[in-house]
Write a protein that binds this ligand. Structure first.
Ligand code: AMP
Length: 213
């Protein structure tokens, strides 16, 4: 079960990916999380990536391709994975063909006004990466993760200035992947504003027929 979540920042890729992790026990591979871990660890790669990420731009293809290739080669990916935030350019998608095959591409479409609202209200757990939304999915205790008790924080790139650049970057560099995967024949476009439970049902219906073969 190799799934690729496609969609603008804030479309719900990470939220649905986390639900699929719980349901199917396969890992979520988020290049954004891997890069943020490198930033926190203060590695050379993290130092290079931080300013680019905070500005809402894309880190260079070679760097992200290397990170994704290495992560997908880990044994926990052997039975499948959910890609969240990779690939984000045609060059990344072309490179990925040399080291990973994808069964289903799930493309979440959400209007820009909703994306902006969602990203500004998004809070992320520092410890387990769980995603909250102060309006729709608030934590039970303010500032604390329901699952692990970790501190919630607002990502630097979830602030207004960076959000607009991220949306522009998405349109210019990532949206062409929608046609790329449509041509490949495994694209499923869903209304990302349908609510988590109904989206999860739709995604499950997409994934499971192939699983039963
Ligand atoms: P995300 O957590 O997926 O929203 O990613 C956060 C930031 O990490 C993005 O805005 C980019 O700066 C960087 N990033 C994550 N994945 C990629 C990728 N596949 N290609 C280039 N930059 C990426």
């Amino acid at each position: 079960m190799r799934i690729l979540m496609l969609g603008a920042p804030g479309a719900g890729k990470g939220t649905i990916a986390q639900k699929l992790v719980e349901k199917y026990g396969i890992p979520q591979i988020s290049t954004g999380d891997l890069l943020r871990a490198a930033v926190t660890a203060g590695t050379e790669m993290g130092k290079k990536a931080k300013a680019i990420m905070d500005a809402g731009k894309l880190v260079p293809d070679e760097l992200v391709i290397a990170i994704a290739r290495e992560r997908l080669a880990q044994p926990d990916c052997a039975k499948g994975f959910i890609l969240d935030g990779f690939p984000r350019t045609i060059a990344q998608a072309d490179a990925m063909k040399t080291f990973a095959r994808i069964d289903h591409v799930v493309n979440l479409e959400v209007p820009d006004e909703i994306i902006i609202e969602r990203l500004e209200a998004r809070r992320t757990c520092k410890k387990c990466r769980a995603i909250y939304n102060l309006k729709n999915v608030p934590p039970r205790v303010p500032g604390k993760c329901d699952t692990c008790g970790g501190d919630l924080y607002q990502r630097d790139d979830d602030k207004r200035e960076a959000i607009e650049t991220r949306l522009k970057t998405y349109r210019q560099q990532t949206q062409p992947l929608v046609d790329y995967y449509r041509r490949a024949g495994n694209l499923h476009t869903l209304n990302g504003d349908a609510g988590i439970d109904s989206l999860l049902r739709l995604v499950t219906a997409i994934i499971e027929p192939k699983q039963r073969k």
